[in-house]
Design a protein around this ligand. Structure first.
Ligand SMILES: CC(=O)SCCNC(=O)CCNC(=O)[C@H](O)C(C)(C)COP(=O)(O)OP(=O)(O)OC[C@H]1O[C@@H](n2cnc3c(N)ncnc32)[C@H](O)[C@@H]1OP(=O)(O)O
Ligand SMILES: O=C([O-])CC(=O)C(=O)O
Length: 373
């Protein structure tokens, strides 16, 4: 007979990884041993993706080679490109990305190989294509014409330009790039775990990423950032405290708060809060920032909960001009670097992930023919 399960696998160590590490009590996050506070604002998303996928912060030559690979990968295959208009008309953004990445698997030249070199090439292509998929999806549904990605620009700069239709300021690019760095990897979060479970059957990288995208979509995980913005938009600025108290009294969860691992401030929220404030002030209307601050104070006073990465990311993306329903897709643009690195790591030292379950159903049932049931 199996042991009692730990509900939600809380505190269960499900994999070994050299990619990221969290000290939940101290509120610290590390990518391959580098403190997130040292990376944020100093390391680009491209450098971070290289760190995760290739194992080291790149030298100038390595970054040039990886950057060139990303530029080459920044094209869409025929199956994906031809289906975007219909998918954009019929599917919500995260559903659409799940479908489009699946189609991209069929277009991928390395689709039949899980070998280490093929996985690295697929990781770079997926990282390069994800922002383009979001931008092309958005353009198809709005009827906008967007420029092709500029090979001289970073992923962050190209994405903001394609989504907002205007050339972002240098500071906006820096802030968005920092957001991508902050969201890149996070140990055994639900979507990464889903990717690793899929990869551990020796299924391919695109299948694992489809599983991850479907998992990130949920409001208890990456989908929370969109819900944070929808909550802020629905509240009267003068009624923040009362609304939060009413929601809590009704047993509702406040989106963007709480975390399975952090027992103190999420170190990513520290950066996102500052950037939200800066962008809010620069916009001339920082109402959503101040509403967020008030919400943070009330949730802490009432429940002792801290904001997670999704909370201040919402207002940062809002101030950057990103449509609210693309917030979770933006998360996927960044997390693609971590997911793919986890698939590489899983395939490199694989064993099927197949836990046990506790049976709680009926026993000793007596079978009856259908007419006697
Ligand atoms: C990128 C990310 O995935 S970050 C997380 C994004 N998700 C959210 O922001 C959604 C809101 N937050 C939550 O639902 C949870 O805090 C999670 C899913 C993040 C973590 O869940 P768990 O570790 O399973 O904690 P669980 O949901 O059991 O919460 C523990 C207690 O805190 C309460 N709690 C946790 N989060 C919240 C919240 N946001 N609002 C109100 N109460 C909360 C729960 O109601 C529960 O209370 P109880 O013990 O009285 O029943
Ligand atoms: O780690 C988690 O459970 C959720 C999270 O913060 C992330 O995926 O970034």
């Amino acid at each position: 007979m199996a042991d009692k399960p730990t509900k939600g696998l809380a505190d269960v160590v499900a994999a070994s990884t050299a990619l990221s590490d969290i000290d939940g009590k101290a509120g610290r996050l590390f990518y391959r041993g580098y403190d997130i506070h040292d990376l944020a604002g100093r390391t680009t998303f491209e450098e971070t993706a290289h760190l995760l996928q290739h194992g080291s912060l790149p030298s100038r030559d390595q970054l040039a080679a990886y950057g060139a690979e990303l530029v080459r990968g920044r094209t869409l295959g025929g199956l994906v490109a031809s289906n975007i208009p219909e998918i954009a008309a019929k599917q919500e953004p995260m559903e659409a990305l799940r479908t489009l990445v699946s189609l991209a698997g069929a277009d991928d030249p390395d689709k039949d190989s899980n070998a280490a070199d093929a996985n690295l090439r697929k990781a770079a292509r997926l990282t390069a294509q994800q922002p383009l998929l979001v931008a092309r999806y958005h353009a198809a549904r709005t009827g906008a014409t967007i420029p092709d990605p500029d090979p001289e620009l970073s992923i962050a700069a190209n994405f903001l330009l394609q989504i907002t239709g205007r050339t972002p300021s240098q500071r906006e690019v820096e802030i968005f790039d920092t957001c991508l760095v902050l969201h890149a990897d996070h140990t055994m979060n639900a979507s990464t775990f889903a990717a690793r479970v899929c990869a551990a059957t020796l299924s391919d990288m695109h299948s694992a990423i489809v599983a991850a995208i479907g998992t990130l979509k949920g409001p208890l995980h990456g989908g929370a950032n969109e819900q944070v913005m929808r909550t802020l938009e629905a509240i009267d600025p003068s009624g923040v405290a009362q609304t939060v108290r009413d929601k809590l009294a009704a047993g509702e969860k406040i989106m963007g708060f709480g975390h399975r691992v952090y027992k103190t401030e999420d170190p990513r929220a520290t950066h996102l809060r500052k950037m939200s404030r800066e962008l809010g002030e620069a916009s001339g209307d920082d109402t959503y920032y101040w509403m967020s601050k008030e919400m943070e104070e009330v949730v802490f006073a009432e429940k002792g909960l801290y904001p997670n990465v999704d909370f201040y990311a919402a207002t940062v993306y809002h101030y950057l001009g990103i449509p609210t329903d693309l917030f979770t897709p933006v998360f996927s643009v960044s997390r693609m670097s971590g997911w793919t690195a986890h698939v590489i790591e899983q395939h490199a030292d694989n064993r099927l992930i197949r836990p046990d379950s506790e049976y709680i159903g009926e026993r000793d049932q007596k079978w009856k023919p259908i007419d006697e049931r």
